[in-house]
Design a protein around this ligand. Sequence first.
Ligand code: SF4
Ligand code: SF4
Length: 457
Amino acid sequence: MSDHSESKSLPRQVSRRGFLKTGVAAAAMGVMGAIAAPSKIANATVSTLNYTPEKGQWSKLRPTPNYGGASVRFVEQNDQWLGTSKIVGPIKKGSEYESGFTLALQGKLGEKARWGFISFNKRYPLTDGIGFAIGTISHDDICIGVPNPEKLPIPDPEQMSQHMKDVAYYLRADEVGIGKMPSYAYYRGKMVPPQGLFPAGIVPPDAPISEIPNTEPDLPYVIAFAVEQHLETYLASNGYDGISACQSFRSYHATANIAVIMARYIRSLGYNARAHHFGNYDLAIPPVLIACGMGELSRTGDCVAHPKMGFRNKCAAVTTDLPLAPDKPIDFGLLDFCRVCKKCAENCPSQAISFETDLVEQNGYLRWDSDMKKCAAFRAGNDEGVSCGRCIKVCPWNSKEDSWFHEAGLWIGSKGEAASTLLRSIDDMFGYGTEEIPQYKWWLEWPELYKISIPSK
Ligand code: SF4
Ligand code: SF4
């Protein structure tokens, strides 16, 4: 593990007001005017992407997008591209049995990671409260169900799409998208029992784990929702504390609730619908988010970053055959930006994130060569806290404040390589991402609990 002590109590090197007074902002704005459209996508050229003027249906509750000021374009989805991710060969379906925390549960990432994940909730009591609530809605019979035999006629899929987004926003989602479901995003295998039951203590830690083939029907559409992790809490935390897992669980719980409610609602309208959330997945979330226009693949590997939230959010989804009009994937220049930024790699305590400049082919698509097994092992077995989240905190796309200045920064960031370097420098100048702001620290720490149940070997 890398030494994290330096990051503690880092002062903000320049205040925002001070920065503006120096006139550097004016210089930045000058640069903005001189910056052209994105130069190139690593290993591919933007010109081979097909752009489209429309996102899809906006909702009545969110009539205009909230991209934090970033410059966003919409991409046609086809068999060679998923958003800005280039598909170069057949993509094999994955299995829930092979996902990071599931490998930890099976002991394939070491005993420390196994017991670390089993005791994940118990090691910080607030995580236990939220994690238990997730566990109670993780059973198959909550996520899956039979539709009402009487179908509601849907004469206008666009109107229904708008309605489904309104329902999700009403249920307190922060972002919603609808996608054409990529068939390769469905898992070929499922884990039994579902992973969410283990840390919740709903099944015993030594319960046998098996993989069964996924025989659920492939449904053509997917609705995805994101709920933000709490910004001020991130500003005060450092990844070596008890609150980190709570941050994830807060958003996992919120999105799981939305998914379960929406799936049941759609089934009551007479259509098939399956809720997928942290406790029980039948699909890989990252391609779903891209298909739904909710972000691009980032340097962290398979994590998808949103133009306003970065990846300071957690997501869930509902797959369905309800007639819907899908949105388009988005391009806000993240591939160019990640190529020069590397801030997450510099701050990752497990060295899971690649420093390479170019993408590599893995399983038929181009992505950064990051190792999410290292991440899962570290997060499950972090005995100086519970989980981590430093990459989430430091990413410049994680909007730190709603101000014209930050929006300008994000606009710069979506305008190519030179601009990306500028935004990264501005982010560093504020000490953004590595700061710890004591007045936002509201939670109780329980460091004496962290090491409970994690064997040292
Ligand atoms: Fe690295 Fe922590 Fe992010 Fe995992 S969560 S990739 S260990 S910084
Ligand atoms: Fe990309 Fe930088 Fe965010 Fe990492 S921190 S995902 S390199 S923008």
